[in-house]
Design a protein around this ligand. Structure first.
Ligand code: 1GP
Length: 239
C-alpha cells in the first residue's frame, strides 16, 4: 500500500537546509503545533546541510519529510519523502528525466512505502523553482485546472502542489483547482505572511505550506498555525 503520511496535514512549515536558522527559532517552529516540517529548497541543498537540519528537527516530535530534488541529498531517516515533478515545464528533465536518472540502479533501495509523488504547478514566474525548471508560470485558471485534472485523474498523483513561492497566489484559481480534484491532496504554498492569508489559503487548499516568513518574521509565521487550524475546524463544522 502506498504511503499517505501527509494525509492529515493542514499546516506545514517548509525549511530550507541552505538557509540558517537558530536553535531558538527552530524550537519555536517545531513546537508551534504545525502538522509537519517539510525540508526542501530549490538550490544549495546538499547531503550535509540536509543531515544537519534533520538531526536538529529530530529533537522534537513533529513529523518531518524531505522533498527529494537532488539524489545527492537523499538523506535516510525522514518520516516520508516527496518526489517533485514540475508539470508546467516544457523541459521533460524536470517532469520525469532527473527522477528516472536518479533511480537508475537504485530502485531496489528506495523506501517506496514512505514515498509520494508531488506534482508541482509553478505559478510565480519570479521564484527560483520557476527559473530553474523553466516553468511556464502564467497559466489561466482554466489551464491550471486542465493540468490538475491530468495529474489527478490520469497520472493519479497523490499530491498536487500549487507553488507561488514568494508571492501570495490567486485564491480563486486555487479554489477552482481544488474543486476539480477527485483524489489528489492539494498543497498551496506562497507568500503567506498574515493569519488572514493563512486562513484564506486553508479554505482554498487542503494543506497550507509556509516558508519564507519563518526566516523574515518568526512571530508572524507562528501565527499562521492557529489561523489554519481554526479555519480547518470551521470547515469541519460546515461540512
Ligand atoms: C515554498 O511553497 C513554499 O516552496 C512556501 O512559500 O516561502 O513564499 O512561504 P513561501
Amino acid at each position: 500500500m502506498l504511503s499517505s503520511f501527509y494525509m492529515n496535514w493542514q499546516h506545514v512549515f517548509k525549511l530550507d537546509p541552505d538557509r540558517p536558522i537558530g536553535d531558538e527559532a527552530l524550537h519555536e517552529v517545531c513546537m508551534s503545533g504545525t502538522d509537519a516540517i517539510l525540508v526542501g529548497g530549490s538550490s544549495g541543498v546538499t547531503f550535509d546541510n540536509t543531515v544537519d537540519l534533520l538531526s536538529r528537527i529530530r529533537r522534537y516530535e513533529v513529523p518531518c519529510a524531505l522533498e527529494l530534488t537532488d539524489p545527492d541529498a537523499a538523506v535516510p531517516g525522514f518520516d516520508g519523502y516527496f518526489v517533485p515533478m514540475v508539470l508546467n515545464t516544457p523541459d521533460s528533465e524536470w517532469l520525469i528525466g532527473r527522477q528516472a536518472e536518479a533511480l537508475t540502479g537504485f530502485g531496489h533501495l528506495m523506501p517506496w512505502d514512505l514515498m509520494a509523488g508531488e506534482a508541482y504547478l509553478v505559478l510565480n514566474a519570479d521564484c527560483t523553482a520557476a527559473r530553474v525548471s523553466g516553468a511556464q508560470a502564467d497559466l489561466s485558471a482554466e489551464q491550471a485546472v486542465a493540468y490538475a485534472q491530468l495529474a489527478d485523474r490520469l497520472m493519479r498523483v497523490p499530491v498536487l502542489y500549487l507553488e507561488y513561492s514568494g508571492a501570495y497566489g490567486d485564491m480563486a484559481l486555487v479554489r477552482s483547482v481544488r474543486q476539480s480534484l477527485q483524489q489528489a491532496q492539494l498543497f498551496y504554498g506562497g507568500g503567506i505572511r498574515t493569519p488572514e492569508q493563512a486562513r484564506e489559503a486553508a479554505q482554498a487548499a487542503h494543506t497550507v505550506v509556509v516558508g519564507n516568513v519563518v526566516y523574515d518574521d518568526l512571530q508572524a509565521a507562528l501565527l499562521t498555525v492557529p489561523a489554519v487550524k481554526s479555519s480547518a475546524k470551521e470547515q469541519d463544522h460546515v461540512f
